[in-house]
Design a protein around this ligand. Structure first.
Ligand code: COA
Length: 154
């Protein structure tokens, strides 16, 4: 069974494992716990597949903007559409809470992620030079100015 649902504190160990296997600069377990339990701006999501956390996403709602803070799929669950679906569902949910637009940063060389964001409706609006401290890579800033056209289908 596949379910996209809000992250709980019990999911955090699995989320941390996904994060560590996905990013050069992973978050700490404590920061995920903070996002789930304390940060009132955060909306944390997971995709659960047969009882296992397959993908995770953290989004912050700041006034009328949804900011994608992190998104990753466990290596063994990639290429099955989980990231894209979870992203759309989280943005539709943010829209229901009043978000009108969305933004995110992505590594300049990460064309796979950029394609997913473009497919959904994000466009590149700028660059932050030398944004990533592990390798000095630029960040591409992408926004979706109008969330009203987004549709989530199971
Ligand atoms: C980027 C990432 C989140 C994508 O997760 P995913 O669940 O595999 O993505 P999806 O299956 O939803 O893919 C969506 C689309 O991208 C395509 N895609 C995904 N990975 C791809 C790859 N490695 N090469 C080519 N295309 C790819 C899929 O074919 C799919 O296209 P479609 O809708 O036309 O079929 C995942 O690779 C990951 O966790 N990477 C490490 C962390 C990361 O970089 N996060 C993004 C930070 S900005």
């Amino acid at each position: 069974m596949i379910e996209i649902r809000r992250m709980t504190v019990e999911d955090v160990p699995e989320v941390v494992e996904i994060d560590r296997s996905s990013f050069a600069l992973p978050w700490t377990e404590r920061s995920f716990k903070y996002e789930v339990t304390e940060n009132s701006a955060a909306r944390c999501w997971v995709t659960e597949v047969d009882g296992q956390v397959a993908a995770m996403l953290v989004l912050w709602i700041i006034v009328d903007e949804a900011h994608i803070a992190t998104i990753a799929t466990h290596p063994k669950f990639r290429r099955r559409g989980f990231a894209k679906k979870m992203l759309i569902k989280s943005l539709v949910s943010a829209r229901e809470e009043g978000a009108k637009k969305a933004l995110l940063e992505v590594r300049a060389r990460h064309v796979v992620a950029q394609k997913i964001y473009c497919d959904i409706g994000f466009v590149e609006v700028g660059r932050r030079p030398m944004y990533y401290r592990d390798n000095g890579e630029d960040a591409v800033l992408m926004t979706m100015e109008d969330l009203s056209g987004l549709d989530f289908t199971e």
